[in-house]
Design a protein around this ligand. Structure first.
Ligand SMILES: O=P(O)(O)OC[C@@H](O)[C@@H](O)c1c[nH]c2ccccc12
Length: 267
């Protein structure tokens, strides 16, 4: 059994228990009361025109690295990311494997103006409603975790909720399996979720294969400006970065470095 299988198994239990506390009808009605979304994909595209579009991730830890940042204040980190010039934020909300909380996203939403991605393992439509109700502007759909029909259905249902989907793939087979899903953004995860091995060459190999009408996002394993420039050359238009920012005392300073000379255009 891979780590991804274990996460998915646990996620089914979590969703069942969440439904027990607040059913789909209730989540739907919370969605109706939710504030309008702040366009996530649009914010990335606009930034990519003038500078480097970075999605900065609020991530306390992961199964491969354990706790990445002991001194973890999600609001302070989100504020530093905003100050440092991130185009959008990603908030890890998985508790058992990534030390996240859905409450972090709700709190950040109230204090930071940037669009937010709920980063979790979505395996049930219930989580789409839960995400929108919590204040997410976008959700992640992981091709490795879903069947083609689910990818298609979840993408359509997310769009109805006005959530932008970042569809994540790691190889050619996952890309082929995602072909039926209409999404604004495709993320190439440089990390294999089954082995945790990370290699930027994965993005270089897959970027040329992405459909032209999707915003190509490179995810994971980005540590310095050279990494960003390498994948800009390969065709990436946005970048999802967690660990290398979370390991810095002041994540804003690391962001300036990753943004490079183009970063100054963000204000
Ligand atoms: O911390 P990194 O190597 O910069 O990676 C960030 C992000 O890409 C990674 O957290 C991630 C990508 N896809 C995921 C799916 C689930 C959980 C986490 C992830």
């Amino acid at each position: 059994m891979t780590i991804l299988d274990r996460i998915i198994e646990r996620k089914r239990e979590e969703v069942a228990s969440a439904r027990g506390q607040s059913d789909l009808r209730e989540q739907r009605s919370r969605c109706r009361d939710a504030e309008p979304v702040r366009g996530f994909a649009a914010a990335l595209s606009v930034r990519a025109e003038t500078g480097t579009a970075i999605i900065a991730e609020v991530k306390k830890g992961s199964p491969s690295k354990g706790v990445i940042r002991e001194d973890f204040d999600p609001l302070a980190i989100a504020a530093a990311y905003e100050r440092g010039g991130a185009a959008c934020l990603s908030v890890l909300t998985d508790r058992d494997f990534f030390h996240g909380e859905l409450a972090y996203l709700e709190q950040i939403r109230r204090q930071v103006a940037l669009p937010l991605l709920r980063k979790d393992f979505i395996i049930d439509r219930y989580q789409l409603y839960q995400s929108r109700a919590a204040g997410a502007d976008a959700v992640l759909l992981i091709a490795a975790a879903l069947e083609p029909a689910q990818l298609e259905d979840f993408a359509a249902e997310a769009a109805e909720l006005e959530l932008d989907v970042l569809l994540e793939v790691h190889d050619e087979a996952e890309l082929a399996k995602s072909a039926g899903a209409a999404v604004p953004m495709i993320g190439i995860n440089n990390r294999d979720l089954k082995t945790f091995h990370t290699d930027l060459a994965v993005s270089e190999r897959l970027l040329p294969l992405l459909p032209r009408d999707c915003l190509p996002v490179a995810e994971s394993g980005l540590h310095c400006r050279d990494d960003i420039e390498r994948l800009l050359r390969a065709g990436a238009r946005a970048f999802l970065v967690g660990e290398s920012l979370m390991r810095e005392a002041d994540p804003a300073v690391k962001l300036y470095e990753l943004l490079g000379t183009n970063g100054g255009t963000h204000v």
